[in-house]
Write a protein that binds this ligand. Structure first.
Ligand code: F6P
Length: 517
């Protein structure tokens, strides 16, 4: 597989020239005035998602150079290697095969290995969905508690909230991630042990937060006079042996080729399957698969993940924008920003390329955001009038799931107005009411927020992160950056008991002393 880091392609130098010549002075208002078809030219339909890219700081000539960049960097070759199950996670020598989790059982496969893995995927999926339906039908289970962190929490939590309108009645879903005992204690205080199912979600089954919460939950369960752990505990993990060693007999496995932040489609999705049912979960997978097919087979020029990933690179490396704000105009999508933070920043927050060389350019932007109009009354001031330019990604849904009159048109009007205000601005000689405008945004539109469209939206985000990571030449699929803190916490925890500060820096030793006093 041939990959060329973006800055080593001929297109990179051409883009630099284009940025200096026209890119940095590009004006959206002038671009719309000059081109009545700009909306059509810079829009892109993809399965489940329509994207208006026209309010981005880009003209056709730059876009053509960006397409050239994608070709010269070998993004499509890299993408095909992922779909073919090559070990593109080179630092961990693993395949990156989350797309297989949403591939239909009868779809053609390219190798005997893929066919064997796909058969395992569907055997586990069928078992997990049968279990989900059993739980849904079990009136004696009223509460389901997912204990997991990172990818074993953010995905299912975001999706369960997003698809609340499709959820079964009579079951409450809880998510406990933090090792802060306040979180677990507050959750347990609301539960009746004999009516609760605990899902212990951990790819590795070694994560200290999850293991600590799981042990405390089990202790509490037994203290409540309960004994049937086989009925009340299930593990979702690649490390089935470790789960069994912890006394959890009901297990649903997955494979080391599923990255934690890409695991929502595996057994880690069980809370979602319990919430929306087997059929809903299959629709969620189908939505993602449709986006996979779009990414795998559309030409670069009409490939939405490619177009978004190219814009991300254009903004980060040419305009020098360091963050992107996510603005979902649907309150059920309020955990989307948190989910996307892990997806993008854990994948692409890297400072070396795949061969370990220090990169001479920036990579992952900071992602942040809030549900729609709430953000307007908090930090949109800075988006409109702050010194820094922050591209905004709006996510709106055409059809609401409620019947309250007037609310949805008002919500959508706000989304449109914010995107418009960012772009058009407002002149004021005094300065205080001057809006510079020309601030870029992307507008993603879903027809409705359904299992299918949510699956497509999330797969779209996964693939756009793949595209920018591929262009930057990094390995988007490891996360060594989280390891050092874990090691140091293991060293510090016993010192909090013993008071031993030998070998610690002055600040850590001082704080440790205060915490023990
Ligand atoms: O700490 C980062 C991380 O490794 C994430 O990549 C992962 O999603 C999370 O921890 C949880 O890991 P696990 O599912 O193995 O408990």
């Amino acid at each position: 597989m041939t990959r060329t880091r973006c800055d080593r392609t001929p297109a990179w130098a051409l883009l630099k020239n284009a940025y200096n010549a026209t890119g940095k002075s590009f004006d959206l208002r002038a671009a719309f005035a000059a081109d009545p078809k700009r909306f059509e030219t810079f829009s892109q339909s993809a399965p489940g998602v329509f994207a208006d890219l026209s309010k981005n700081l880009i003209d056709s000539a730059t876009q053509t150079l960006l397409f050239q960049l994608a070709r010269e960097a070998g993004v499509c070759i890299h993408r095909d290697a992922m779909f073919a199950g090559e070990k593109i996670n080179t630092t961990e020598a693993r395949e990156v095969w989350h797309v297989l989790l949403r591939k239909p059982a009868n779809a053609p496969t390219a190798s005997a290995h893929e066919a064997a893995e796909l058969a395992k995927v569907h055997a586990t999926l069928d078992a997990m969905l049968t279990f989900a339906e059993r739980v849904r039908a079990d009136v004696d289970i009223t509460d389901v508690v997912n204990i997991g962190i990172g990818g074993s929490d953010l995905g299912p939590q975001m999706a369960v909230l997003a698809l609340d309108a499709f959820a079964t009645t009579g079951k409450r879903l809880h998510f406990v991630s933090n090792v802060d005992g306040h979180e677990l204690a507050a959750t347990l205080s609301k539960l009746d042990a004999k009516k609760t199912l605990f899902l212990i979600a951990s790819k590795t089954f070694t994560t200290i937060e999850t293991m600590t919460n799981a042990q405390s939950a089990k202790r509490w369960f037994i203290e409540q006079g309960q004994t049937d752990t086989a009925r009340h505990f299930a593990a979702l993990t690649t490390n089935v042996a470790a789960a069994k060693a912890c006394g959890i007999e009901t297990t649903f496995g997955f494979w080391d080729w599923v990255g934690g932040r890409y695991s929502l489609w595996s057994a880690i999705g069980l809370p979602l399957a319990i919430a929306i049912g087997a059929q809903g979960f299959r629709e969620f997978l189908a939505g993602a698969h449709a986006m996979d097919e779009h990414f795998r087979s559309s030409p670069i020029e009409s490939n939405l993940p490619v177009r978004l990933g190219l814009l991300d690179v254009w903004y980060r490396n040419f305009h020098g924008f360091t963050s992107r704000s996510i603005a979902p105009y649907h309150s059920a999508l309020r955990r989307l920003p948190a989910y996307l933070q892990q997806l993008e920043m854990e994948s692409n927050g890297k400072r070396v390329d795949a061969s370990g060389s220090i990169l001479p350019f920036g990579t992952s932007p900071v992602l942040w955001g809030e549900a729609g109009t709430n953000g307007q009354h908090a930090y949109f001031q800075m988006l409109h009038q702050g010194i820094d330019v922050v591209p905004v990604e709006f996510v709106a849904v055409k059809k609401p799931q409620h019947t309250l009159e007037a609310h949805h048109p008002l919500l959508l009007a706000n989304a449109l107005a914010q995107a418009q205000a960012l772009m058009v601005g407002q002149a004021d000689a005094d300065g205080h009411q001057d809006f510079p405008g020309n601030r870029p945004s992307t507008f993603l539109l879903l027809e409705g927020l359904t299992p299918t469209s949510l699956g497509a939206l999330i797969a779209l985000q996964e693939h756009r992160v793949f595209v920018s990571g591929s262009l930057w030449g990094i390995n988007s699929f490891d996360q060594w950056g989280v390891e050092l803190g874990k090691v140091l916490a293991k060293d510090i925890a016993p010192r909090l008991q013993s008071g031993d500060t030998r070998g610690l820096d002055g600040s850590t030793a001082g704080l440790l002393g205060l915490l023990r006093s």
